[in-house]
Structures are given as structure tokens and as C-alpha cells.
Ligand binder design. Structure first.
Ligand SMILES: Nc1ncnc2c1ncn2[C@@H]1O[C@H](COP(=O)(O)OP(=O)(O)O)[C@@H](O)[C@H]1O
Ligand SMILES: CC(=O)OP(=O)(O)O
Ligand SMILES: [Mg+2]
Length: 410
């Protein structure tokens, strides 16, 4: 019997979603087709809901007035009955026709040391996920809001948490350690890695698309607003650039990436910033936005870079750190067979890919300029020692598969 699954991918101020119809779902997920997808944006400022069908035709578009900051639950959009999340569920329910909704899957950014695979959500699981909020102070509450709203609205509905950290549980112990006193590690202060649903999706595509990369040493560059790299060996994560938090590694839209912890001590001591102030600088005002002093958006910066030296400096730093850290991943892998670009920048920005590949030619990368400009699936030349690919990521499909597996008892 056909059933539907809703996948929710909550960010700090938006919820992306996809609605699937699936047949014969069981272990392995069966076959599925995406019937609608969209986004609920500006939840805390000016909520805007838009959904399109599989061909990109707009199915619904709606806006709400700015929420009242005094009303705690409506301010984060999770007021179950009246907020935007409630309206998203109403719309999904009305759009289902006769197909029953089998379950809802959520991207949950942090699974801590214990959640190494998707899990059916119960009140006890929600309590355990809440306890991980100090590890991901901006992302974890964003995932928990829709989970709580749905539990109130539709207590009958199966909900499954799918963790961004889980895919990295195959990293060797040495890659998870921080060189801090041992007691910190025992309290969960270690490297986890994120964007795992995206990497798991890409790894699942490789056996069909590129068997040599599936079996070999591949670096995947997930370059979106948040950005990270993952080193895959035989399709399993062995290293990644994000660590304890989503701040580490590459330069991001508004996050700093790798930083000397001495800077944080300086902010505390010399500038008198408190934890909230430092969090604001590192998560919301750094990265491309901080360096350019203009924009966190790659497209916007490419436009500005012609006449704006600060925008160029932000792009240069983004590329510099990208090249530096692909090199670090290749060192961990003892060489490189494949490089895959994905997410907003990775999939669409030929200039970023060209700059990175040119500076990585020492690894044997040869870029096919016209294939790159055309955003082709393979953008390296036939004689390139490293096969370079562009693969669109699909975290929502990965969530759908996990829901099907989980509900089938996997
Ligand atoms: N055609 C494009 N050229 C360059 N950058 C793009 C293009 N399309 C999207 N981007 C960039 O992708 C980034 C957002 O990536 P995305 O994966 O959508 O982010 P999120 O982390 O929110 O899912 C932005 O910096 C945006 O400018
Ligand atoms: C983990 C992370 O950084 O997520 P996003 O890219 O959605 O911000
Ligand atoms: Mg994303």
C-alpha cells in the first residue's frame, strides 16, 4: 500500500520540507517519489511558507505577520495550533488525499555520543535530545520545536529523529579526540562531525555513479551556508572538518570555521564579552559576512567582488581554507581518488570549484573547464588522477529512507 512520509530539515530560522509517496516501504526504504517540497522561512521574523510540486510549480505561498516576541511558543514558530509549523502540517494533511501519512522524519543536528542511528521519537528521547542543547545551542532547539509541535498536534503520528552526527561514528577514535584533559572526553567533549545526512546520501549514490570512488578515497565538500568536508574511505566517514560543534573547519556564511581558542579567551578577558556575546560573533557575524562586512551569500559576494576589495578577501579566505583542508583530508586518506562538490555553493558555483581544483593540481586533479562551467556530473578530464564530480545532495530523501527503515523495525 502506498504511504506518505514527511521529511523536515530544520535550520536556525527556516524549516525545509519534502513530502514523499512511497510504495512497499520496508527495510531498504522501497521506492519513493517526491510529490512536494518547500520551505518555511523567517520563522522568528516574517514567516513565509512556499511549496512546489515535483516540477517546480508553486502549490501554495503564504506569509504571516511577525510573531510577538513576548509569546514564547509562538515566537519560535512552534505554537502547535496557530504557528507556521501547525499550518505546514495542516497543508500537508490536506494535500495527502487518500494516502495515509506513515510518519515524519526530522533532521536533528546533534545525536551526542549515544545516538548512532535514527530513532523513533518518544517523550524520553525528546528529554535526551534536549540535554544535548549545550552542544548545539542554535541548531538543537530548531529541531526540537517542530518535534514538540507535532507531538501535540498529532500524538498518533510516528516521528523519527535522523542525526547529522550519526554518519561520522565510523571515524577512528584518534579523529574524535581533542587534546584536552581526559575528563572532558568522558563528558562528551570530543569531535563529532555534522552534515552526516548529506554525506550519507552522497555515499549511497557513489556505488552506482562512480564505483571507484565508492570503494576508494573520496573527499566530499558540502558547501552551503554551513560548510564542511568529509573524507570517505570505502564509503565510510574517517574524518571531517566540523568537530565538537558546527563552528569548526571551513569558512561559512556567518560562522568562523577553524579558530585559535586563544581568540575566545581574548574576547572574554580583553573585550569583556560574555558567552552570549561570543556566540553571537562566532555563529552569526563571522565567516563570509564578517570578512566582507557585506554579505553571507556567495552569489551576492561574487557580484560585489568586481568592485569591492573586502568581498574579494572573503572569497579568497573561503577558497584558501577549502584548499588547505582538502589537503588535510587527502593526507588522512593517504591520497585521493575522488572529489565531490555538493550543496548550494558546491553544486552551483563553478568559480569556487575552478579555484579549488586549480590549487589542488598537485594532487593530480585536472579540471575540464567547459564541463565545470556547464555544472556537468563529471568535471575532471579523462586523464585526471582524481575524478571530480558534482552531485546534488538530498538530505530529505535520506530522512525518508531512514523513516521507512525505522518504521519497518530496522
Ligand atoms: N548559482 C549559485 N552560484 C553561487 N552560489 C550559489 C548559487 N546558488 C546558491 N548558492 C549559494 O549557496 C549557499 C546556500 O547553500 P544551501 O545549500 O542552500 O544552504 P543551506 O545550508 O541553507 O541549506 C549561499 O551562499 C548561496 O549564495
Ligand atoms: C550542521 C550545519 O552546519 O547545518 P547547516 O549547514 O544546515 O547550517
Ligand atoms: Mg543545507
Amino acid at each position: 500500500m502506498a504511504t506518505a512520509v514527511l521529511a523536515l530539515n530544520a535550520g536556525s530560522s527556516s524549516v525545509k520540507f519534502a513530502l514523499f509517496h512511497q510504495d512497499d516501504a520496508g527495510q531498504g526504504g522501497g521506492t519513493a517519489r517526491r510529490i512536494a517540497s518547500g520551505e518555511l522561512e523567517g520563522i522568528t521574523t516574517h514567516p513565509h511558507f512556499r511549496a512546489v510540486d515535483a516540477d517546480g510549480h508553486v502549490l501554495v505561498e503564504r506569509t504571516w505577520p511577525a510573531p510577538d516576541p513576548a509569546a514564547a511558543d509562538s515566537a519560535d514558530g512552534t505554537d502547535a495550533h496557530h504557528g507556521p509549523v501547525g499550518s505546514l502540517i495542516d497543508w500537508v494533511t490536506s494535500h495527502l488525499g487518500d494516502v495515509p501519512l506513515a510518519g515524519v522524519g526530522h533532521r536533528v543536528v546533534h545525536g551526542g555520543p549515544d545516538f548512532i542511528q535514527p530513532v523513533r521519537i518518544t517523550p524520553d528521547i525528546v528529554t535526551r535530545l534536549e540535554a544535548l542543547t549545550p552542544f548545539a545551542p542554535l541548531h538543537q532547539p530548531a529541531s526540537l520545536g517542530p518535534i514538540r509541535a507535532l507531538a501535540t498536534l498529532r500524538p498518533d503520528l510516528a516521528q523519527v529523529a535522523c542525526f547529522d552526527t550519526a554518519f561520522h561514528h565510523t571515524m577512528p577514535a584518534v579523529a574524535t579526540r581533542l587534546a584536552l584533559p581526559r575528563a572532558y572526553g568522558q563528558r562528551g567533549v570530543r569531535r563529532y562531525g555534522f552534515h552526516g545526512l548529506s554525506y550519507e546520501y552522497i555515499a549511497s549514490c557513489l556505488p552506482d555513479l562512480a564505483p571507484r570512488l565508492a570503494a576508494g578515497r573520496t573527499v566530499v565538500a558540502h558547501l552551503g551556508n554551513g560548510a564542511s568536508l568529509c573524507a570517505l574511505h570505502g564509503g565510510r566517514s574517517v574524518e571531517t572538518t566540523m568537530g565538537f560543534s558546527v563552528l569548526d573547519g571551513l569558512v561559512m556564511g556567518t560562522r568562523c570555521g577553524q579558530i585559535d581558542p586563544g581568540v575566545i579567551l581574548y574576547m572574554l578577558r580583553a573585550e569583556g564579552l560574555d558567552a552570549a556575546g561570543i556566540e553571537d560573533v562566532l555563529y552569526r557575524h563571522s565567516g563570509l559576512l564578517g570578512v566582507s562586512d557585506a554579505s553571507s551569500d556567495m552569489r551576492d559576494l561574487q557580484e560585489r567582488a568586481r568592485g569591492d576589495a573586502q568581498a574579494r578577501e572573503a572569497l579568497d579566505l573561503f577558497a584558501y581554507r577549502l584548499v588547505q583542508q582538502v589537503g588535510a583530508m587527502a593526507a588522512v586518506l593517504d591520497g585521493l581518488d575522488g572529489l565531490v562538490f555538493t550543496a548550494g555553493i558546491g553544486e552551483h558555483d563553478a568559480a569556487v570549484r575552478a579555484t579549488a581544483c586549480a590549487r589542488l593540481s598537485w594532487l593530480g586533479i585536472r579540471l575540464d573547464e567547459s564541463a565545470n562551467a556547464a555544472h556537468a556530473a563529471v568535471i575532471s578530464t579523462p586523464d585526471s588522477a582524481v575524478e571530480v564530480r558534482v552531485i546534488p545532495t538530498d538530505e530529505e530523501s535520506m530522512i525518508r529512507r531512514h523513516v521507512a527503515d525505522c518504521l519497518a523495525g530496522g
